[in-house]
Design a protein around this ligand. Structure first.
Ligand code: FES
Length: 124
């Protein structure tokens, strides 16, 4: 799988691009209509946006809604699978931390608390 966006002019399917813009932790990211939230993130060069129980970086794993590695908050709805959710212009996305908080725009996933930091040890 490639994380880059293939320009419409090079796409053999003949698709036309309709641009959209979402914000992720306050940062605007551009995509095209039809992309999933995970697709917009990958095309922007973000292979991970969550931290797993071991502290390992998580992002797209199965890509079909089975593993829940790609959870994000979209327009206030928590635990949305980014691989299944089609991006819409104006969507507001927040990456999630294991303690239930959101990542702030200036915090990268490497500073996300691990399970041992979570008061209840909850699992998403
Ligand atoms: S990548 Fe597995 S559920 Fe989204």
């Amino acid at each position: 799988m490639t994380a880059r966006l293939i320009p419409a002019a090079c796409d053999a399917t003949g698709r036309r691009e309709q641009p959209l813009r979402i914000t992720v932790n306050g940062e605007p990211l551009d995509g095209i209509a039809g992309q999933s939230i995970a697709g917009v993130l990958l095309a922007a060069g973000r292979p991970s946006w969550r931290t797993g129980p071991s502290g390992a970086q998580r992002g797209l794993f199965c890509g079909i809604g089975a593993c829940f590695d790609c959870l994000v908050t979209i327009n206030g709805d928590r635990d949305v699978r980014a691989c299944l959710r089609r991006a819409h212009d104006g969507d507001t996305v927040h990456t999630q931390r294991r303690d239930g908080a959101h990542h702030s725009g200036d915090q990268d996933a490497s500073t996300v608390p691990r399970d041992s930091d979570s008061p209840d040890g909850s699992v998403l």
